[in-house]
Design a protein around this ligand. Sequence first.
Ligand code: AR6
Length: 177
Amino acid sequence: MKKEIAGVTLEVVQGDIAKQEDVVAIVNAANAQLKTGGGVAGAIHRAAGPELAKECQPLAPIEPGEAVITGAHNLPNQYVIHCLGPVYGRDEPAVELLADCYRNSLQLAEEKKITSLAFPAISTGTFGYPLNEATEVVFTVISELIANLNQLNKIRFVLFSDSDFETYKHKLSTLTY
Ligand code: AR6
């Protein structure tokens, strides 16, 4: 589903973050070392090929909430923005650190004049952040910043499971701005 707010199209889709051909950049739910891993990081590194890990190496380690940008190598995009989300129950304040992932990604995208960006649900897999709570954080940040985005005209949220997809769709449909 889609919704346009302040000239920016917000989209919620179900699928694989590594197969978003029509966006300029994708966001990785990375680990601190910016290496391949499970979930999103595994899918992105597998599709990008080993040159991505090589480009990442000098940028690591990163802190929770931080974001860095690289090329996308064999992925169908131009850039990958790598974010380290908080581990739920360990990295505090969790809400702020998760919000920082989204804020810092949007800022990097603006700096690079990126017009379209796809996010996974950062921290909600291995890192254990409850999807409902994470969804609140995501849409709060988007509401705060959307009017200040000058380059981005499309932000897509890519959800893997049926229930995560339904949660995001519901949140977007009820988003008031
Ligand atoms: N496309 C879109 N979403 C996906 C995909 C995919 N290909 N695969 C999983 N998801 P996670 P985190 C969903 O674990 O919690 C890694 O091993 C998944 O269902 O990828 O930030 C890294 O190396 C979940 O809802 O990221 C780190 O060590 C969401 O994406 C650590 O896990 C995020 O799950 C990062 O953990």
